[in-house]
Write a protein that binds this ligand. Structure first.
Ligand SMILES: *[C@@H]1O[C@H](CO)[C@@H](O)[C@H](O)[C@H]1NC(C)=O
Ligand SMILES: *[C@@H]1O[C@H](CO)[C@@H](O)[C@H](O)[C@H]1NC(C)=O
Length: 417
């Protein structure tokens, strides 16, 4: 039934595209770690066609940012982690960055820049402290440069942080506090946020909770109830709320109880793991968008939430160190096709999003595995080589093409060379 409705909606959708309503505070993450990224003009049209009003970037390439001019779409620019050292040391470099990547866009009919993300999850435990001493001075220098340019009131610097910057001794949000090794630094940072009216940006991943912990109750990753936890007199029926409120407690303990929180990334991947399926992703987004539309917020922060979906597209050049699913977070495929029906308005009138228009394709080419060829023993090493250069994550155990037999799999692998 849902499928029939979606098909019908797909046909008529273009006619009503102008009337698409996206929940006001839902944005999207636009990453470009892709071997065949879409042209920014195509992406900006896709955002417009789908009524998406906010976008978060991971860099600030002036050429692609320029295509957002005149659209009114609210933009969070990004500064990659590997540039933090420069801006930490050199406030002149920060001033230059703001000139070249921010103020240049602020003319009439320019780009609606609202935030600058200084680094991306720089305190991840897996970075082993590489950016720890750079983040705060870089943040200060970038905010100062925004102030110097006379735009610091309107444009705020912040740091998108993984939810691993806080922890709770148990699964109870009320025991939430900033992580031991960075507690003092996080306290300084959030007080800087407060003085400068900057929001706290946190990335929350129920999928990762499920992926990392085999005992995690699956239903708790979604929004349909089941396996609630009780914290004092509050009941949490999903890990998203519990995680968010753990942060609220951490902020309170750090002395900034009323700090604005934005969810910088939240989403569900569709391949590369047994839980990463389109069905699960759809279920997750349906629950999330319904929740957001209700303006219920979380037990400790009732009301409207500001949230950026992760992510707009699949990105086949992302590192698979976090897991094979890492290349499959898109609500669109790499080439801008919607993966499943969804409804950003939360009214559960699911339909396929409007696909990217004007995408040009290379001619299709493939090789076919020849089981009679000699030197078959060379194949595994060649497959490894090929998969080092192409994306084979869908062929791993538990993924969409994980059950292929050797012959079919080999043909697939060879296709990728
Ligand atoms: C502006 O941003 C781009 C892309 O992130 C970067 O390559 C460039 O160096 C930046 N400009 C300055 C002056 O820092
Ligand atoms: C594939 O994953 C399943 C669990 O998802 C596991 O039981 C099985 O042993 C794995 N197979 C291989 C070949 O790793």
């Amino acid at each position: 039934m849902a499928r029939a409705v979606a098909l019908w909606a797909g046909i008529t959708f273009i006619l009503v595209a102008a009337g698409v309503v996206v929940g006001a505070d839902i944005g999207v993450n636009w990453g470009v770690q892709s071997s065949h990224p879409l042209h920014p003009s195509i992406v900006v049209n896709l955002l417009k066609d789908n009524g998406m009003k906010k976008v978060k970037l991971f860099d600030s390439d002036p050429w692609s940012v320029g295509y957002l001019a005149g659209t009114g779409i609210e933009v969070m620019l990004g500064i990659p982690n590997d540039q933090l050292g420069t801006f930490a040391k050199d406030d002149g470099a920060a001033n230059d960055w703001v000139k070249e990547n921010v103020t240049i866009h602020l003319h009439d009919g320019g780009v609606n820049i609202k935030y600058v993300a200084v680094g991306n999850e720089p305190f991840l435990s897996s970075y082993k402290g590489a950016f720890t001493n750079q983040v705060f001075p870089a943040l200060q220098n970038i905010q100062k440069a925004l102030d110097n340019a006379g735009v610091g009131n309107k444009i705020k610097a912040t740091i998108p942080l993984n939810s691993d910057v806080y922890e709770s001794g148990s699964d109870k949000p009320s025991e939430g506090a900033f992580r031991g090794d960075i507690k003092e630094l996080m306290t300084q940072i959030v007080h800087f946020f407060k003085e400068n009216n900057c929001p706290f940006v946190v990335n929350i991943y129920p999928f990762i909770s499920l992926y990392q912990n085999p005992d995690f109750p699956k239903e708790f990753a979604f929004f349909d109830g089941g396996h609630p936890i009780t914290d004092k007199d509050i009941q949490y029926s999903n890990v998203f709320d519990a995680n968010f409120d753990t942060l609220v407690h951490a902020l309170k303990k750090a002395g900034v109880p009323n700090m604005k929180i934005i969810v910088g990334e939240v989403g569900w991947p569709t391949d590369g793991n047994v839980y990463a399926t389109k069905d699960n992703a759809k279920k997750f987004y349906d629950g999330l968008f319904k929740k957001l539309a209700s303006d219920k917020g979380t037990p400790l922060r009732p009301g409207k939430m500001e949230v950026y979906v992760f992510a707009l597209f699949d990105e086949d050049m992302k590192s698979i160190l976090p897991g094979f699913f890492e290349r499959h977070w898109g609500i669109f495929t790499f080439d801008g096709k919607p993966k499943f029906p969804m409804d950003f308005s939360g009214n559960q009138k699911d339909k396929l999003l409007v696909a990217a228009k004007g995408v040009r394709y290379l001619e299709k080419q493939w090789c076919v595995f020849d089981p009679t060829a000699g030197k078959q023993y060379l194949l595994p090493a060649q497959l490894d080589w090929a998969c080092g250069h192409a994306d084979c994550s869908s062929m791993t155990n538990g993924s969409s093409c994980g059950n292929l037999d050797a012959t079919v799999k080999n043909s697939f692998f060879i296709t990728l060379i």
